[in-house]
Each structure stands twice: as C-alpha cells, then as structure tokens.
Design a binder for this molecule. Structure first.
Ligand code: CTP
Length: 395
C-alpha cells in the first residue's frame, strides 16, 4: 500500500519509543522508505541499532554528527512525517519553533504534512500547556492523532497512551489514499428490501446493511461524492453521505435509476427481494382455514438493469452470497449482469455474511482472476474492495 512513499518517522524520548519499532516494521512491510529521526533522549529507551537495522538507513539523531544540512534534505525529501511517540517536551518545541535537536530541526524544515501521535502520563497530557501546544500545532495544519486511555507505565490510568502502531498505520494508509476518488461519484445500494403483503406484514431478509455502509464510509474517506440507496436498517448514515431511504425493490429501482447515469462507480450490496406479493391487500389479511397460498411475482433485477445500460467508463460491482458452487455461480452472475467485478461471500465461511461485523470475500474480475482474502472487519473489507477498484480505474 505504501510502496514508493517516503516517510520520516520522528521518535521522541518516551517509554513508548519501543512501539515505534513496531510501527517502523509495519511501515517497511507496507513498502515505505523510512528515515528515522530521533531526539537524544530516545537513546535511554531504545538503541539506535534497532532503528537503523529495520529501516535500512542510518538514523538521523544528532545535528552535529551529520552533514550540516541533513535536516533540510530530510525535510524536503519526505511525503509524510509521523512523530510517534511525541512527548510533551517535543510538542512544546514544535509549537514554539525551537530547533535544538535533529527531530525539532527536521520538523521545522519539513515541507510535507505532519502527523503527531502524543504519548505521556495522563496529568502531563491534560495540563493546560500541553493542551495549548496541541491546539497551536493544529493551527499549523498538523494532524494530532488521539491517545488511548488505559494503564500507563507510571502505574496511573487514563489518557496519554500512544495510539497502537496498527491504528497509526490505518491513519497513514488513509492519508495516502485520501483524495484518490476526488471528483468521483459513487453509488452504493445497501440493506434489505421490504415487500408488503398488507398494511402490517412484509417479506424481507436478514441483511443489516453493514457491508454497504462500510463501503459508503470508505468511499467518502477517499474523497468521493457518495449516494447511499438504503433499505430499512438501524445504521446511521456516514457523515457527508447522501442517503436515500427506500422500502421495496421497486423503490430501490426508482432511486437508483434517478441518478445512476451520473455515477462513476456503482456498488450493489443490497439484499434485494427477488419476489414480491403479486397484490398488496389494502386491509390486514385475516386468518382463514389451516393454510394459505401466497402469489408472488418477480421484482426487477436492479443490478442487471444497470449492467445493461452502463458505459465503459462506469465501474459496476455486484455482490454474490452463495451456499454452493460459489465461484461458478459468481462468475455466472458477473457475466449475466454485465459486471466489472463481483464480491463473493459464502455462507459456509464462519463470521461472514449477514449481521456479522466481519466478512470473508473473494474478488472476481472480468478476466476471471480470483483474489482471496481472510476473515476481516467489514471496514477493512471495504478498503480491500476499493483498493481493487482503484487498481482497475488506474491501470
Ligand atoms: N440484485 C439487485 N436486484 C435484485 C436482485 C439482486 O440489484 N432484484 C443484486 C444484489 O444487490 C447483488 C447481486 O444482485 O449485488 C446478486 O444478487 P443475488 O440475489 O444473489 O443474485 P441473483 O441473480 O438473484 O441469483 P440467485 O437468486 O440465483 O442467487
């Protein structure tokens, strides 16, 4: 994900410096080039050799030991500077322009965006001066990452723990992905439909809309203008997303076709009812006898109807939930419905499908290439799907 990205990892003297070792590993594993820059106090916590070995570069730790202009060169070289952990002292220096060591000098020279992950004891973190410095740094356009609450090395408990390296990585990845769908319009269908039988009853299914909503949030984070056509769910619309609420398959068909021609990417996750009662009783149906027959008729296949009219510039993605012959069925759907990509999830996989927070998918594109993913949180699944779509758009 970070291949070719140049990142400065600034480390200040805190017990949390050991976590910077993990963060460095994650950054390198994701393909980034990383230049570690430290304050003199870091030496008390973690040896320089750990950082130079893992980064494959000499650590920039002393203003006087390196080339006199090293801080400027590093500052202009990077695409992103992350300071993790950032101590109260280092943030105070950043806020007031002091540059008495390698890290503070690089900070002042850096031309790239800066992300700061504070780490300190709860009382230091809550001190008004720290708060004022953090506010000051935000006015410079720096991103201040949240701290976590929990047990601190001092034995105290509260805010001030460094954000876990994995979470810092999520922010870094989001930073580089942000804007990659700028100017694009994305439509997503989500949730179940309700097909009325009478004024009090309907036919529906177990869909909760979680996957579609996670995709809408991800598209929004990537800079797209998002239209979410949603069947009834209990989920709040992600901030900034235009949600159109619908009930039946026919309502969803209408809402989709209102603006589908203007969309660049269309992803249909909704579990649309394939059949609906042939007539809707005006009054509540009263029970009669031992059994009853329901007359059902087909609903329109929304995905197929879009596949029939889509242009080559539009990317159309469908979902397939299968219980047997998964790949064969999914490829059949991809072809029949004119899709560019199909997301296959099998009910055979534990933790995948309706209602779960996790999903396990396979992505199959028009070439028949199949990518398999492990069971993941639906938010991460949404990232994988957009990663693939972005590759398709840009290749
Ligand atoms: N879909 C749709 N409109 C419908 C039915 C399905 O837009 N009336 C979309 C779903 O949102 C999903 C995809 O089609 O993206 C797959 O739906 P599914 O019901 O599994 O496919 P079918 O073609 O109906 O095949 P089958 O019922 O045989 O599984």
């Amino acid at each position: 994900m970070l291949s070719g990205k140049k990142i400065i990892l600034g480390i200040a003297g805190s017990i949390a410096a050991y976590k910077a070792v993990y963060l460095l590993r994650l950054l390198k594993k994701a393909g980034a080039e990383v230049q570690v820059v430290t304050t003199p106090a870091v030496d008390h916590f973690v040896g320089e050799l750990s950082f130079s070995t893992l980064s494959g570069r000499e650590v920039f730790s002393g203003l006087w030991e390196a080339e006199w202009s090293a801080h400027v060169e590093i500052g202009v070289w990077a695409d992103l500077m992350i300071v993790a952990p950032a101590t109260a002292n280092t943030m105070a220096k950043f806020a007031h322009g002091l540059c008495d060591n390698a890290l503070t000098a690089v900070y002042l020279a850096a031309k790239c965006p800066v992300m700061i992950a504070p780490a300190m004891d709860v009382d230091m973190f809550l001190h008004p001066s720290t708060e004022a410095n953090i506010n000051q740094l935000t006015t410079y356009g720096n991103t201040i990452l949240p701290t976590e609450s929990g047990f601190l090395a001092s034995g105290l408990e509260g805010l001030g723990r460094l954000l876990e390296p994995e979470k810092i990585m999520e922010k870094v990845e989001a930073f580089f992905q942000k804007g990659s769908l700028n100017g694009k319009k994305v439509m997503i269908t989500a949730g179940p439909t309700r097909e009325a039988l009478d004024p009090v009853r309907f036919i529906t299914n177990h869909s909760t809309g979680k996957m579609g909503y996670a995709l809408a949030a991800e598209a929004q984070a990537l800079g797209a203008a998002v239209t979410l056509v949603s069947g009834p769910t209990n989920l709040p619309a992600p901030a900034g997303v235009d949600r159109i609420d619908v009930q039946s398959a026919a309502d969803m068909y209408e809402a989709v076709h209102q603006s589908v021609d203007r969309q660049d990417i269309i992803i249909m996750t909704a579990a649309v009812s394939d059949y609906r009662p042939a007539t809707i009783a005006q009054q509540k149906i009263k029970k009669k006898g031992d059994g009853m027959q329901l007359d059902l008729e087909r609903t329109q296949d929304i995905l197929k109807s879009v596949g029939e009219k889509k242009t080559d510039q539009q990317v159309l993605v469908g979902f397939a939930l299968e219980t047997q012959n998964e790949v064969e069925n999914a490829i059949g759907k991809l072809k029949r419905k004119g899709l560019d990509l199909i997301v296959l999830n099998s009910l055979r996989n534990k933790g995948a499908g309706f209602g779960h927070d996790t999903n396990q998918i396979r992505l199959i594109d028009r070439t028949g290439a199949i990518q398999e993913f492990p069971l993941k949180d639906k938010k991460l699944v949404a990232k994988d799907i957009f990663h693939k779509i972005l590759q398709m758009i840009t290749s």
